[in-house]
Each structure stands twice: as C-alpha cells, then as structure tokens.
Ligand binder design. Structure first.
Ligand code: SF4
Length: 309
C-alpha cells in the first residue's frame, strides 16, 4: 500500500487505518519530540500532492477486499491539512464508507478558515498544544517562521464554536521545556479556553527527533494532570485492547512510519516477546525492518531511519 498504513492499534481509537497525505514527511513544524525525525524544510504551502483520487482508489480497494477499521485516520508522515483536498477525502469517508473519520493535525493551519471548514467534516479531530506563547511555541515546535501562536489559538476557539464532533487535544510535556507548574498552568488555561472533549498528556515514549529529550516521569505527569480538568488523561501507554493477526505485511505496515516498542507489538500480535523476536529475525536479516534502542526501550522501526523530507 502506498498511502495507507495499518490498521494501527490505538487505545483511544481502536483499529485505526492511517491515510498518509504527507509522504515523504511534509510539515509546518519540526517538533523536538517528533518520532519521524527533524523536518528539513518546514512549509506552509498547501498542495494537491499526492493525487487524492489515487489515495481514494487505494482506500476503496482496501475496503472492497473485506477489510475494516474503526477509524480512517488522516495522519502519517507530516501535517495532513497541508493537502488542499484533505476535506474531500473526509467527505468521501463520511458518504461512502461505514467507517468513522479522524483527523490528526498539529493544528498549526487552523488559523485558516478554509482549513477549519474542511476539518468540520471529520467525526473526530485531534489537535496539539504544547506551548503558551510565541517563544515557547518556537522552542518546542520549531515552526515555519510565518506561523503565529496567537492566530492558531484563535483558530482553535473558532473551530470549537462550529464543530459538533469530538475535539481532542494532545499536550506533549518535555522536562525542562514546558513541564514546570507555571508553564503547564498557562497551557492548561489555553486548552480550557477552547473546551476540547478530552485532553491527553503525552511524553517521549518513542524515539524523539531531539535525542536530548528525556521522558517526563509518570509521577510528574500524574501531578500535572489535575491542571487539565476532569476530561484529561495520561496517554503514551501501550494499547492493551487491540489484537491483530501476525503477518509480515501487517507488521511492516505498522512500523514503517512510526516505530513501535517491541513489547507493545508482541502484545498486539498475541505473542510472547521471545516468540515475537523469532518472527522478526528474517525481516531484520532481509532489511525490511530494524530493531533499535531509544528512551530506555527496544523499538521496531521501518527499514530506514526516518529523516523527514
Ligand atoms: S510531531 Fe507531528 S507536527 Fe511535529 S514535526 Fe512531527 S509530524 Fe510535524
């Protein structure tokens, strides 16, 4: 599959079939914590690449083979709203499939009315907020120089007023960058100002672009959680409730864009870690996947290290 990946097991979204509208990595930001590596050239130029009809054809064929997913998710190797027709694909999912649609966006283009209008079509929209002002936005997210933090927040508020679906927000906490009490309090106040349906606190559980980043300790996340209100929870835990039958194709599809921890994959495929390692060996020997350590754990990733661009 060229544009589809997964289905990826997700704790919140069940079996989520990824649709990649930004391959190779194309993004407005170059977040320090990005698991896809640094973005070589951030951009805000929206394009029609890849061809949305080709993406739809691949998706329709996948469904016609009897496959199914809980969500069809626009995500992948970068920012999906950089695609001028991401809304067209959401409409087709809504009108022509039995699946729900999920837009995973960094939210940086939500200051554009046309992006907000197209995002309204999704059943669920998940955006990000890891900063409290322009300076912290630049430190954590390393955005394209034209992006203005306040305009994005204003866009979130305007979107919330119009959107009747579920709006989730992710807050990624980095020790020493945005996890002090006063910093998290300011982020939480901004989050409250656009009233998402849920807030997920995350930290580095996968290999980050900036290798100096360390995970926020669980007790620190627990301590900050009440700041974000009753609908906040801690993410980053491995999905325990989604199982997938092991095939080499399913495994490669899962890890080719986002590295996944060995222990999580073994659980997903209902294997012991030893059984799962044995299954990995021929794929590693053939150069289809690689096994590597990061943030204190072993990860399975695609054949080549993500470099972005
Ligand atoms: S984490 Fe998401 S928004 Fe940030 S650089 Fe990576 S792909 Fe872009």
């Amino acid at each position: 599959m060229k544009y589809l990946f997964g289905p990826v097991p997700s704790r919140r979204y069940g079996r989520s079939l990824g649709v990649d509208l930004a391959v190779p990595k194309t993004c407005t930001l170059s977040c320090r914590f990005c698991q896809l590596g640094p973005t070589p050239h951030t951009t805000v130029t929206r394009t029609e690449t890849p061809d949305i009809d080709a993406v739809w054809t691949e998706l329709r064929e996948w469904l016609a083979q009897g496959n199914t997913a809980d969500y069809i998710t626009e995500s992948g190797s970068g920012e999906p709203t950089l695609h001028l027709r991401f809304g067209d694909l959401l409409r087709r999912v809504r009108n022509e499939t039995n699946c729900r649609s999920l837009l995973l966006s960094n939210g940086s283009l939500f200051f554009l009315p046309e992006v907000r209008r197209d995002a309204l079509v999704a059943d669920v929209v998940k955006v990000s907020l890891h900063a409290w002002d322009q300076a912290s936005f630049e430190t954590v997210n390393r955005p394209h120089p034209s992006l203005r933090f306040q305009a994005i927040i204003d866009g979130y508020r305007a979107f919330r007023e119009a959107f009747t679906g579920r709006l989730d927000v992710e807050v990624f906490l980095i020790p020493g960058a945005n996890d002090r009490d006063d910093q998290a309090t300011k982020i939480a106040a901004l989050v409250a100002s656009f009233a998402p349906d849920s807030v997920t606190l995350n930290t580095a559980v996968r290999p980050p672009a900036d290798s100096s980043i360390i995970p926020c300790p669980p007790e620190r996340l627990e301590a900050l959680l009440p700041l974000f209100g009753p609908h906040a929870h801690i993410g980053g835990k491995e999905p325990q409730n989604v199982r997938i039958k092991f095939t080499q194709e399913a495994l490669i599809g899962l890890v080719e864009r986002h590295p996944v921890s060995l222990s999580s994959l073994a659980t997903t495929f209902e294997k012991t870690e030893d059984e799962f390692r044995a299954l990995l060996q021929p794929l590693i020997a053939h150069g289809d996947i690689r096994l590597f350590p990061a943030v204190g754990r072993l990860f399975v990733g695609g054949a080549t290290k993500p470099q972005g661009g």
